[in-house]
Ligand binder design. Structure first.
Ligand code: PLP
Length: 339
């Protein structure tokens, strides 16, 4: 393992928290936590790193033998592959067919193997990521000596990643003044880990969980009426004070607004979080922190397909961005990070 590899892992977390100029409401500031500054481009670097390290401590992983298998619609897959590569483990990602082409290319270029699940493969289990969870579990059951599934939907290390890193960072970066925290929900690791930490510091902090509409196009997030509630979230669901459902059209409008007003090129879930955040800020006092999970680079094809940005706007965006993602630059740049 070279010096560069270790360096990229030591850059996990410690992401910037920036004030937004967008109308924040009468009293209080609005901040965005820019998670695409993580080395593999999203908040999932934290969960992946914590889960791998915990499994190493438990003796579940054997270098050169173990294959990590994980269901993921994108960011967890990218993070696991990038980190495992550096630590000497192979990774297979079970990914829904509907995941973006950019994400699939990136996982493969980082050295991961993809198993795509077709929509009708496990019809009893539900839709989207639920199918990939079932497939990954079935594979582990058949080959337990070979495969390890860290299972981000149940793994306490996913919660701990945010309890031990994201929560303390937000507390410190706001000088203990955060009063509202708004985030999307995939496994529930982010919301429960951050909520637990912030509420221990100040029981008055309010926590908002953002859900997309049923049948949404926002990768990484789940609507709990159409997808099962992950165990990780179920264990601590009481930490969520309010659920906010955001329509896709409002999420994408906020993506556009952030590009125009803040020179931030965000992923769709950050648009949903931003829309919810504006509502929270307009009705409350005190500092609001919005979690921006990833940037828009891997969603260019989705934005083009949906007409969120014109081809000319898309072309111009990365050059305009004030807060360019660290390694999450063009795919060609990221794939050179491969060992
Ligand atoms: C793209 C994306 N993935 C995942 C999450 C949440 O992750 P989790 O609930 O699994 O910690 C978010 C939260 O905003 C997100 O935007």
């Amino acid at each position: 393992m070279g010096e560069i590899d270790l360096k990229s892992l030591s850059r996990i977390g410690k992401t910037p928290l920036i004030p937004l100029g967008l109308n924040a409401g009468p009293q209080g500031r609005v901040f965005a936590k820019l998670e695409w500054y993580n080395p593999f481009g999203s908040l999932k670097d934290r969960a992946a790193y914590w889960m791998i390290r915990a499994a190493e401590k438990d003796g579940r992983l054997k270098k050169g033998q173990t294959i990590l298998i994980e269901p993921s619609s994108g960011n967890t897959g990218i993070a696991l592959v990038g980190i495992s590569n550096r630590l000497g483990y192979s990774v297979e990602i079970v990914i829904p067919e509907k995941a973006s082409g950019e994400t699939k290319t990136l996982i493969e270029s980082l050295g991961g193997k993809l198993m795509e699940t077709e929509d009708d493969l496990c019809p009893r289990v539900g839709k989207g990521t639920d199918q990939s969870i079932a497939l990954a579990q079935a594979i582990v059951r058949r080959r337990p000596e070979k495969y390890v599934m860290l299972n981000q939907y149940e793994n306490e290390a996913n919660f701990r990643a945010h309890y031990e890193s994201t929560g303390p960072e937000i507390w410190e970066q706001t000088g203990g003044r955060v009063k509202h925290f708004v985030t999307g929900i995939g496994t529930g690791g982010t919301i429960t880990g951050v909520a637990q930490f912030l509420k221990e510091k100040d029981p008055g902090v309010r926590i908002y969980g953002v859900q997309p509409q049923p049948g949404h196009r926002i990768q990484g997030l789940r609507n709990l009426t159409e997808s099962a509630m992950p165990k990780l979230l179920e264990r601590r669901r009481d930490l969520v004070d309010e659920w906010i459902e955001v329509r896709d059209k409002n999420a994408f409008a906020a993506v556009k607004l952030l590009a125009k007003e803040e020179s931030l090129f965000v992923g769709p879930s950050s648009g949903a979080v931003m829309h919810a955040t504006l509502g929270v800020a307009s009705k409350n006092t005190g500092d609001v922190v919005a979690m921006f999970a990833d940037d828009g680079t891997p969603r260019r094809s989705l934005y083009a397909e949906l007409g969120v940005f014109s081809p000319e706007e898309l072309e111009a965006l990365p050059r305009k961005a004030k807060h360019l993602p660290g390694l999450a630059l063009p795919l060609e740049v990221l794939s050179q990070a491969r060992l």
